[in-house]
Design a binder for this molecule. Structure first.
Ligand SMILES: *[C@@H]1O[C@H](CO)[C@@H](O)[C@H](O)[C@H]1NC(C)=O
Ligand SMILES: *[C@@H]1O[C@H](CO)[C@@H](O)[C@H](O)[C@H]1NC(C)=O
Ligand SMILES: *[C@@H]1O[C@H](CO)[C@@H](O)[C@H](O)[C@H]1NC(C)=O
Ligand SMILES: *[C@@H]1O[C@H](CO)[C@@H](O)[C@H](O)[C@H]1NC(C)=O
Ligand SMILES: *[C@@H]1O[C@H](CO)[C@@H](O)[C@H](O)[C@H]1NC(C)=O
Ligand SMILES: [Cu+2]
Length: 347
């Protein structure tokens, strides 16, 4: 069955009015959007017809917001990630000479393909597959029973005290130690992000003391030094962060959320993905890069950003909004726009 967005909106009535108000708190808007997406999928064959593997809307596995996981669920996820950082690499040393751990293998693949998976037509689908592959490794190689959680970006500027970033034993670790530096350059060096209170090695939580081995290749944060052993060479060091509320307050807004899901940037996959990935010439970072620069440090490197394990919670959120967009635009859900060279360079 084909169904138009206006028909979906008409069906859902009251909550639509709330979503359509850019005044609304974005966390609440996202819940409304989720209801709209489920409602929309329930109207389409894609949602209600069982696939050959038996999956349908009614029994698909569900990814959850970190803040709604129980302590034991958070601990199970953290332990699975730590497990990947302790298992040996399976990568061919000729491909990734610096990879030592199974976790590094994911970083290596991302570094290797960086210039053909960002600012490209496959950005959303590639990162969907990558996040799924990581989730699958957590399950199959580290015994994880849950699903990949996501970082809900819309919880406001006090995100540093959220259960994801608060530095407790059930968080994904908090800030780095303070190291004086002059902020970070983002958006192809066109957008300045002021320094936060970190910049150094993680100071608390389960990932304190974690060693990362690959990169940096093109770090955004001031003071970080490009790996002397090349993009995939061995460069062991601590993981760095500089948590910044500037990108949260500037780009994780209700109006951006509205724009890409129901507003003027939602009309095609090209508009959606371009607004999502930023209009750097306009000093508009977009929600994807904003997440990276909220974490700062190693996450500010376009190539080796998966070194920070929050990468996968960030990309699960990117994927969630892509899923919302697809559900609300069923006739365009499989559209692809763009090439496989970054910003079509070289064409
Ligand atoms: C899908 O629609 C049917 C019929 O309108 C309804 O009974 C069911 O609860 C809906 N399911 C979901 C997941 O919204
Ligand atoms: C959904 O249910 C079908 C059986 O109807 C089963 O084969 C399939 O594995 C289930 N999928 C999930 C993700 O639970
Ligand atoms: C990525 O890895 C493949 C396989 O080893 C290699 O042929 C290719 O040159 C690499 N690309 C980059 C950009 O490093
Ligand atoms: C949004 O509203 C919900 C309750 O409706 C509240 O829990 C949450 O803290 C609010 N978020 C912000 C950023 O104000
Ligand atoms: C919505 O996206 C369009 C680009 O498609 C942009 O020109 C406009 O400024 C955006 N609006 C807001 C409120 O961000
Ligand atoms: Cu990426």
């Amino acid at each position: 069955m084909q169904i138009s967005l206006s028909a979906i909106l008409a069906l859902v009535g009251a909550s639509t009015l709330a979503v359509a108000s850019t005044e609304q708190n974005a966390t609440d808007s996202l819940l409304d959007l989720n209801d709209l997406a489920i409602e929309a999928l329930n109207q389409t064959d894609a949602g209600t017809t069982k696939r050959s593997n038996g999956c349908s809307l009614f029994n698909a596995s569900v990814r959850r917001d970190w803040k709604y996981l129980s302590s034991s669920d958070r601990t199970a996820y953290i332990n699975a990630v730590l497990c990947l950082t302790k298992k040996p690499s399976k990568a061919d040393p000729a491909f990734a000479p610096g990879a030592r751990t199974r976790y590094d293998d994911f970083v290596a693949v991302h570094i290797n393909q960086t210039l053909s998976i960002h600012g490209t037509g496959n950005f959303l689908t590639w990162h969907r597959y990558f996040t799924w592959a990581y989730e699958t490794a957590l399950k199959n190689e580290c015994g994880y029973k849950g699903t990949q959680p996501y970082w809900n970006w819309f919880d406001g500027s006090d995100f540093k005290s959220s259960p994801l970033f608060d530095g407790s034993a059930t968080s994904m670790s908090g800030d780095g130690t303070y190291v004086a530096h002059n902020g970070a350059l983002s958006g192809l060096n066109n957008i300045f992000i002021p320094s936060g209170n970190g910049g150094g090695c993680l100071k608390d939580g389960p990932f304190k003391g974690l060693t990362v081995n690959l990169g940096p290749v093109s770090p955004g944060m001031d003071g970080m030094v490009v790996s002397p052993t090349g993009a995939l060479g061995y460069n062991p060091r601590c993981l760095r962060r500089d948590l910044s509320s500037y990108p949260v307050n500037t780009w994780f807004t209700g109006s951006n959320l509205y724009n890409v899901t129901l507003g003027s940037s939602s009309g095609s996959i090209a508009l959606f993905q371009n607004e999502f990935q930023g209009r750097f010439a306009d000093e508009f970072l977009g929600m994807h890069a904003a997440g990276h620069f909220t974490m700062g440090g190693d996450a500010s490197d376009l190539f080796s950003s998966p070194n920070d394990p929050i990468f996968f919670l960030h990309h699960a959120m990117v994927d969630r909004l892509y899923w919302v967009w697809q559900a609300l635009h069923p006739n365009k859900a499989k559209d692809i726009s763009g090439t496989i060279t970054i910003l079509n360079t070289p064409p």
